[in-house]
Design a protein around this ligand. Structure first.
Ligand code: SF4
Length: 634
């Protein structure tokens, strides 16, 4: 049901003028009177968004930490949803940030309370955040564990008999179940929901139906938005509803991360064991011999392909490993495609014999379709980018279209609706061309407002000029000088490992290294002060530790992009790779890394940046992004 606007619409004024007046009343008077401080930068941002709603254009809204970005976009988004009769979509950087937004005490909660607004907000989580009844039933048969009992009591009566069907099966409904246990029962990409016989009673379907009815806000992750974008056409072709409904506008919270979400959603993947395991399950008694032999042939062909793939990989320490495609590898890939074709023909006969359960068979057919499509791109020598990496402990061949920008332009930004990118770091010195270029956006509005924090008062930056070989000793002596909560940032896993290798066991014991154990538990210990030094190559962004939980950031190397196949492709596409790829990537990441230090008005601390002779050559480009004048140390 459509909700009413929080203000009267008069004949004399347009909706947008009335919205402007209402936001003025709320931000200048009502919220401050009720104890919520509203900042000039925040009010400016809200009005910039109102302008974008009028124009249905794209806005890069860069607002420093502490500006109050969320309230600045929520007010226009909620009212625009009510005006258009379609919900606004907020796409957060990840699944955990979705919960942050709707938690008690969060910004949506505050607006509901202070403005007496009944906001209809619904969550659209990624598919793996929901229970899969099929996998749960399988786990029940073959596994033990208290977690299965916990799930059993959560399933409404109507799923297996007469009775009601309430919302159930979201990951957050099972706080006591570990991630490892959850991996046995959640949706995973092999499941083919469109052919599932319990689809109408599945918690995921019920949740989808629930958020489709949202009137004000739908909140999802950027990964899910991109999954929706990538699958929308094919789902519609197959007569399925798209994952998300039509929306009035899209807000991309931490919008600088959209490129990564897009890359993830647009890639095709071939994993080492998945197909082997899937075919094993189909090898049931009574199967025709020809089908059985073809399944074994496919398993063997796939294994030979992966063996050759390992031989063709260029051995480096990079996470994404380049592949030097040999003629043998191409031939093996072709053979696998042929075998899939033959097997699919046999599956037609099998479907009439009902030896393989119908759902299992349809699932295998859908899976093999996707596998074959990915293999065809791989062997076609198109300009797709491919590499080998490890995903969920399994070797995975990743194949990505060369230009995600074209896909984004065509499938996401082609709609005539407003798009708002909100983040503290979108530009390099107020120049938004790098992010616009990497997302294929040609026309946009932008603004940049500073953080309200007084950096001169609370932050110091030290640039250390030294040899590369001296860096480890310098870090060690900085750590010896003080036990304050320190984050060490490295440009890559290899760089961190090289640092670790030269430390003594005693020194190593005082530092929590990313990768030594699960990252969030490491961060928890660091935040609680059980650990004084946290060493990472991923936490350039996302880490939000206020006050005394983090008072020093040591940047050990400048975060230039890795020399992996993905960035090589970007470099090869650029006229000047240093200016168009290397430098902007490094500057954005460096800003994000420095941004970890000051998160609230009560924060203070020091940043140390260690630069060798080569890195110091970038100083003229780096200095303009410093919030305070640095001091230099030899
Ligand atoms: S609809 Fe999909 S997620 Fe739900 S039970 Fe069926 S296969 Fe699993």
């Amino acid at each position: 049901m459509r909700q009413s606007l929080p203000f009267e619409l008069s004949k004399e004024q347009s909706f947008f003028d009335s919205l402007g007046d209402w936001m003025g009343d709320v931000l200048y008077d009502e919220l401050p009177e009720k104890g919520l401080e509203c900042r000039d930068e925040q009010i400016f941002m809200a009005y910039q968004i109102e302008k974008v709603l009028r124009e249905k254009s794209i806005l890069f809204a860069e607002a420093g930490v502490g500006t109050g970005k969320t309230i600045a976009y929520l007010l226009p988004a909620i009212t625009y949803a009510r005006y258009t009769g379609k919900p606004a979509l907020i796409a957060c950087a990840d699944e955990t940030l979705i919960d942050q937004l709707v938690k008690e005490g969060g910004d949506i909660y505050k607006l509901q309370k202070l403005l007496d607004l009944n906001i209809d907000v619904r969550l659209a989580k990624s598919r793996d955040q929901y229970l899969c009844l099929k996998r749960y039933e399988e786990a029940e048969q073959f596994m033990d564990g208290e977690y299965l009992d916990e799930i059993a009591v959560s399933i409404p009566e109507g799923v297996y008999g007469a009775g009601g069907l309430g919302l159930y099966g979201a990951r957050s409904d099972y706080p006591n179940i570990s991630d490892e246990e959850w991996q046995h029962v959640n949706y995973n990409y092999i499941q083919q929901c469109q052919v599932c016989d319990v689809r109408n009673r599945c918690g995921q379907t019920l949740h989808r139906a629930h958020y489709r009815e949202a009137t004000d806000l739908i909140i999802c992750s950027q990964d899910f938005l991109m999954e929706h974008t990538a699958t929308k056409e094919s789902r519609e072709r197959e007569g399925q509803l798209p994952l998300l409904p039509e929306v009035s506008m899209i807000v991309l919270d931490e919008g600088h991360l959209l490129e990564y979400a897009a890359q993830k959603a647009m890639t095709n993947k071939i994993q080492d064991y998945t197909i082997v395991k899937l075919l094993d399950r189909l090898m049931v008694d009574g199967l025709r011999e020809k089908t059985l032999l073809l399944m074994e042939k496919l398993q063997d062909g796939h294994e030979l392909f992966f063996d050759q793939l390992r031989d063709d990989v260029i051995d480096t320490d990079d996470e994404r490993k380049r592949i030097q495609k040999s003629p043998t590898l191409m031939k093996l890939g072709q053979k696998v495609i042929e075998t899939i074709g033959e097997l699919m023909e046999e599956f037609v006969f099998e479907s009439e014999m009902y030896v393989i359960p119908e759902y299992e068979l349809r699932m295998a057919e859908e899976f093999l379709d996707q596998y074959e499509a990915a293999m065809r791109i791989f062997v076609s020598q198109s300009n797709a980018i491919d590499w080998l990496e490890e995903t969920d402990g399994e070797e995975t061949l990743v194949i990505m279209p060369h230009l995600i920008t074209e896909v984004l332009e065509k499938k996401l930004f082609s709609k005539k609706i407003p798009y708002v990118f909100s983040s503290a770091t979108l530009s390099i010195n107020k120049d938004f061309s790098y992010i616009a270029y990497s997302l294929g956006i040609k026309k946009y509005n932008s603004f940049s407002v500073e953080s309200p924090f007084d950096y001169e008062e609370v932050m110091k930056i030290h640039v250390h000029e030294l040899e590369q070989a001296e860096k480890a000793t310098r870090v060690a002596s900085l750590l010896e000088e003080s036990t304050e909560q320190t984050l060490l940032l490295f440009k890559s896993k290899q760089a961190m490992q090289a640092f670790k290798d030269v430390l003594t066991d005693e020194q190593k014991a005082t530092i929590g290294f990313e990768g030594d154990r699960e990252l969030s538990s490491l961060v928890r210990d660091f935040q609680a002060g059980k650990l004084h030094t946290l060493s990472s190559y991923h936490l350039w962004e996302g880490l939000d530790l206020p006050e005394e939980a983090l008072t020093r950031v040591i940047i050990v190397d400048l975060p230039f992009p890795p020399s992996d196949p993905l960035f090589d492709a970007k470099r090869s596409f650029a006229d000047d790779p240093y200016v168009e790829v290397e430098l902007p990537f490094m500057l954005l990441r460096l800003q994000q890394g420095m941004g970890r230090l000051i998160r609230t008005t009560n924060d203070h601390g020091t940043i140390h940046i260690l630069m060798n002779e080569e890195e110091l050559k970038n100083l003229p480009e780096i200095e303009p992004i410093f919030a305070v004048k640095p001091t230099f140390e030899k």
